[in-house]
Design a protein around this ligand. Structure first.
Ligand code: KIV
Ligand code: ZN
Length: 388
């Protein structure tokens, strides 16, 4: 059975770049955009053109250069924003305007000092106006995670009538539980007239560490686009991590969902974004962290050495990592020591290994990690007469 496609909307250069200290110049953005295009993302959100002349220039340049992906620019439900975005996107082969407004009661009351009816009117006007410039218009209902479902459905219905082709349902504050976010998507699928004309999109923030789980719950319940960033970067606790959702769908084929991402470029893309943004990847980050394929406890190492799959659910090559690693620490066992020693030329008999292992433990209790040069020293100190 052929799989349903989940579109990947990358917002590293817009929502991701909102991280304090991660600002990029046009040249850096261009290099990242080209890499995202090669990675196979469907949409690149290149920026928020009205926000600054620099962002306008970046969006325009990306629009000119990107060959395959749709290039998207963010706007508020404000005419001037939409005009500026349309101008920046002019050179794009496939331009998309992403316009919207806050729809939760707290946004309507405190941000806009307005009413649901007036917000609805602004949303519809913005979509119609954006549609006068481009065919592809995405509408976001900011803080949809905390927006009452019935009102959300009504606003979705009206913006579809106005021409929106994608409906972004952001959990802006990262508040929802996966069941709740999935149920919201299901509710919209079942209660919005004309929903078959639009794609529902997940846009989840990670304030409670649930962005990835919520996005997956969203697509299980009918959404077909995920908005995400490389390394999950983004304001506060970040956005859904692109590499996580791509690999989750890949590793669970029974969901019958897949993306068009070339997963072999995930690790190098993660490194590139981290380096350009000056934002290190946490070592235990799923898929792309430096420890994602590193095994350090004796029991796990023994299993992995016998058969990789005992403790690895992903082949590291699939995400562009050369190999898994067996890290030697005081928690490592004889199997790991023998394995690493063999790699640098020492074939230890069982008796020799016992002696070297005792020496290794004394050494490892004093040092966080045992490197190859330490192994040479340990073997020599153990004095077991080995040909290396
Ligand atoms: O999190 C959010 O609601 C957003 C919108 C502006 C799309 O980033
Ligand atoms: Zn966001």
């Amino acid at each position: 059975m052929s799989k349903d496609k989940v579109y990947i909307f990358d917002t590293t250069l817009r929502d991701g770049e909102q991280v304090p200290g991660c600002k990029l110049d046009t040249k850096q953005k261009l290099v990242i955009a080209q890499r995202l295009d090669s990675l196979g993302v469907d949409v690149i959100e290149a920026g928020f053109p009205i926000s600054s002349p620099g962002d306008f220039a970046s969006v325009k340049e990306i629009a000119r250069v990107v060959k395959n992906a749709t290039v998207c620019g963010l706007t508020r439900s404000v005419k001037k924003d939409i005009e500026v975005a349309a101008e920046a996107l002019q050179p794009a082969k496939r331009p998309r305007i992403h316009t919207g407004i806050g729809t939760s009661d707290s946004h309507i009351k405190y941000k806009f000092n307005s009413t649901r009816e007036k917000i609805m009117e602004r949303a519809v006007d913005a979509v119609k106006y954006a549609k006068s410039f481009v065919e592809d218009v995405e509408f976001y209902a900011e803080d949809a995670g905390r927006t009452e479902n019935e009102f959300l459905a009504r606003i979705c219905e009206e913006v579809i009538k106005a021409g929106a082709t994608v409906l972004n349902i952001p959990d802006t504050t990262g508040y929802c539980l996966p069941e709740e976010y999935g149920a919201k998507m299901k509710y919209l699928r079942e209660n919005v007239r004309g929903i078959e004309k639009a794609i529902l999109s997940c846009h989840c923030h990670n304030d409670l560490g649930l962005a990835t789980a919520n996005s997956i719950s969203g697509v299980i319940n009918g959404a077909r686009q995920i908005e995400c960033t490389i390394n999950g970067i983004g304001e506060r606790a970040g956005n859904t991590s692109l590499e996580e959702v791509v690999m989750i769908l890949r590793q669970h084929p029974y969901l019958n969902l897949d993306t068009g991402i070339n997963s072999k470029l995930l690790y190098s893309t993660s490194q590139m974004v981290s380096e350009k943004m000056g934002m290190p990847v946490q070592p235990n980050k799923a898929i792309v962290g430096s420890n994602a394929f590193a095994h350090s406890s004796g029991i796990h190492q023994d299993g992995v050495i016998k058969k990789r799959e005992t403790y690895e659910i992903i082949d590291p090559h699939e995400v562009g990592v050369d190999h898994s690693s067996i890290v030697l620490t005081a928690r490592s066992g004889r199997a790991a020591l023998a394995y690493r020693a063999k790699k640098i030329g020492y074939e230890l008999t069982k008796v020799q290994l016992d002696v070297v292992y005792e020496e290794f433990l004394r050494f490892a209790d004093r040092k966080k990690e045992i490197l190859d040069e330490d192994i040479h020293q340990i073997v020599e100190s153990a004095d077991v007469n080995i040909e290396s």
